[in-house]
Design a protein around this ligand. Structure first.
Ligand SMILES: Nc1ncnc2c1ncn2[C@@H]1O[C@H](COP(=O)(O)OP(=O)(O)OP(=O)(O)O)[C@@H](O)[C@H]1O
Length: 613
């Protein structure tokens, strides 16, 4: 991407508040102009002092006072206009930021859910927080600062040219060298690549640092061989190497630039003395020369600022690219006239699906020709080895991704024709990894249905076997999750999620390893409650513990993206195929885990994948 098109994205964002930003720039220029005024005052004061150097008594004190007051007023006005300019740019920045964040959040809510599984939450959080914050830096600071850094030297140089073109011309030499050095640092491909690599190294180090801290238990157990430790170590080493490379690359141009730009007056001293020596009686030239010596250092500040702005700009451009990448994610297509199903059979019709590999246009085929009907009012179970594609089948029902081949229908209506809202109202989902919000337990359960009574909340909680432990908490249903040390175990969180899904009372219920964390006793209780509550609903259940789906009207055995067997528990056992092997492994694992007596009727955890191997 060219620098021009990189910048155009930022300019487009900034143009949303064109009026305010134009005002900010105008005030910035005005402030730059007013900052020159004290130099004019100094020039006139020095001139008056030198003119009467032989007879100090004849110095026009009023004249000096006049220019003194002029300089003071100009300085106050410069500060005031700078303040107004900064206010305008900040108001513009924060309202743009607000809109940008809202637009991002709205867009993120509209992209297929699959996007959230491939994009790490931390990455998205960083884009919404950090990258957007950088836009603030650009609009509120960079834009007015750049205007100032460009306009101020132009105005000063014009004034100096007007005073004495020969000395001003000499000043252009170091300034020209300065710009050339700037270009060498940030403008050329090598500098840009190095800077981009440096940015990536910083991000990688931050990300792996977080991972390292999160994975501390594994690091403690596996020590320096723990993956997160090694990756973090590599990231730190890479950061060191690229920092050294950048330092090496920039050390000469950076030092030269700083030295040259900070000592502009050293360039005019020899020329000034030369001109003065050939013109020793010219007092007015002497004053001009002094003024040049005073003004030249003030040219350094905006020029040095330009250099820092150049470096900062790259960071902002990179941040903006990330924001644009989020906006470029296609949203779920919504039908023009959404259809509402009247019955709730789920049908997968010759569905094939492949995941897009991250960062490439390659696809990884995961499901091939999946064809089945999950009848309304019945329980359909998906079982099979790990990685076979069970969760993918369940996720496709919620349009996490759209299928590449075939069709998924509910009550005969293709899910693409239903509209997201109708689909979400029709299907209730309990994931293996539950997310609970930082809110009360009751609010977390009510998410599924805001209008029901407290009694109904308690009722579903009893069914999901969470009422008992909620009652034991200090504030019962009003306990805020995550506050005052209230943290729930995986099993407890899952039971709350089941209660939430039950309260939603949607005609279709999908349970993806919903009771995986429950102990055998609780699982049995939840099952009994569920049997009552799911009567009349279409249930799609994924379970590794085969005992939990024994009663399902239909069991589909999924292996390597295909349905290899289907039938009831008894039919599948009679087939003597993969299901029977899994069942046998499951049975022996249960007796091995629990002992020969089989104290609890429901067997213990053993992943089907392991069992089938
Ligand atoms: N978001 C994703 N992007 C790319 N590949 C994925 C994604 N999710 C799953 N896969 C891959 O798709 C295949 C099927 O995964 P899926 O989770 O559907 O299997 P599963 O049968 O539910 O497994 P398990 O029983 O272990 O939960 C696996 O090879 C997995 O690596």
């Amino acid at each position: 991407m060219s620098a021009k098109s990189e910048m155009s994205g930022l300019i487009k964002i900034a143009s949303e508040k064109k009026g305010l930003l134009t005002a900010a720039s105008l005030f910035s220029i005005l402030s730059s102009l007013l900052q020159i005024a004290p130099f004019i005052a100094v020039y006139n004061i020095i001139e008056e002092l030198l003119r009467h150097a032989q007879q100090p008594a004849s110095i026009d004190k009023e004249y000096i006072l006049y220019w003194g007051i002029f300089a003071l007023i100009a300085l106050i006005a410069a500060l005031l206009t700078l303040y107004i300019g900064v206010m305008c740019s900040h108001i513009a920045a924060f309202s743009i930021l607000y809109k940008l964040r809202v637009r991002l959040a709205e867009h993120v809510a509209k992209v297929p859910m699959g996007y959230h599984t491939k994009t790490a939450t931390g990455e998205l959080k960083k884009i919404i927080e950090v990258s957007v914050e950088k836009i603030e830096k650009f609009i509120a600071h960079q834009l007015p600062d750049t205007v100032c850094a460009v306009i101020m030297p132009i105005l000063l140089l014009s004034y100096l040219f007007w005073l004495d073109w020969r000395l001003a011309l000499v000043l252009l030499i170091p300034i020209g060298i300065g710009f050339w050095l700037q270009f060498r640092m940030f403008g050329n491909v090598m500098g840009q690549t190095a800077y981009r690599e440096f940015q990536h190294a910083v991000e990688e180090m931050n990300a792996t640092g977080v991972e390292y801290v999160r994975g501390m238990p594994a690091v403690k157990v596996f020590g320096i061989t723990a993956d997160s430790f090694l990756t973090f170590k590599q990231a730190v080493t890479r950061y060191r190497d690229i920092s050294l490379h950048i330092t090496d690359l920039f050390k000469t141009p950076y030092s030269l630039f700083s030295v040259i730009v900070s000592s502009l007056f050293t360039f005019i001293i020899p020329i000034g003395i030369l001109l003065l020596s050939g013109n020793s009686g010219n007092q007015s030239f002497a004053i001009t020369f002094i003024l040049f010596l005073i003004i030249a250092p003030s040219l350094s500040t905006p020029l040095l600022n330009l250099m820092y702005l150049g470096g900062g700009l790259r960071e902002i451009v990179e941040g903006n690219k990330r924001i644009e990448a989020v906006f470029a994610e296609p949203v779920v297509t919504e039908p023009v006239v959404p259809q509402v199903p009247v019955s709730y059979d789920i049908a997968f019709q010759h569905v094939s699906f492949a995941y897009e590999r991250k960062g490439s246009k390659d696809f990884k085929s995961v499901l091939q020709d999946i064809h089945f009907v999950a009848k309304a009012g019945e329980m359909t179970a998906l079982v099979g080895p790990s990685g076979g594609g069970k969760s993918t089948i369940a996720n496709l029902l919620l349009r996490f991704w759209d299928v590449q081949e075939g069709e998924i229908t509910i009550g005969g209506v293709p899910i693409r024709e239903m509209g997201t809202n109708t689909l979400m109202e029709t299907v209730s989902f309990v994931f293996q990894d539950v997310h609970l919000f930082y809110d009360t337990i009751e609010a977390n359960i009510r998410m599924g249905n805001m209008t029901v009574s407290k009694e109904a909340v308690i009722e579903v909680s009893k069914t999901a076997c969470c009422h008992e432990f909620i009652e034991k908490l200090e504030h019962g249903y009003d306990t805020k999750i995550g506050e005052g040390g209230t943290y729930l175990s995986g099993g407890e969180a899952q039971r709350i999620a089941i209660a939430r899904a039950l309260l939603k009372n949607a005609p279709i219920l999908v349970l993806d390893e919903a009771t995986a964390y429950a102990d055998a006793e609780n699982e049995k209780k939840i099952q009994q409650g569920l049997i009552e509550l799911v009567k009349g609903k279409t249930v799609l259940i994924i379970a590794h513990r085969l005992s939990t789906i024994r009663a399902a009207e239909q069991i589909l055995v999924v292996k390597q993206g295909e349905i290899v067997e289907h039938g009831t528990h008894d039919e599948l056992r009679a087939e003597n195929g993969l299901y029977e092997q899994m069942w046998q492994a499951h049975q022996s694992a249960s007796s091995w885990r629990l002992g020969a007596e089989n104290i609890i009727s429901s067997p213990q955890v053993i992943p089907a994948g392991e069992a089938s191997r």
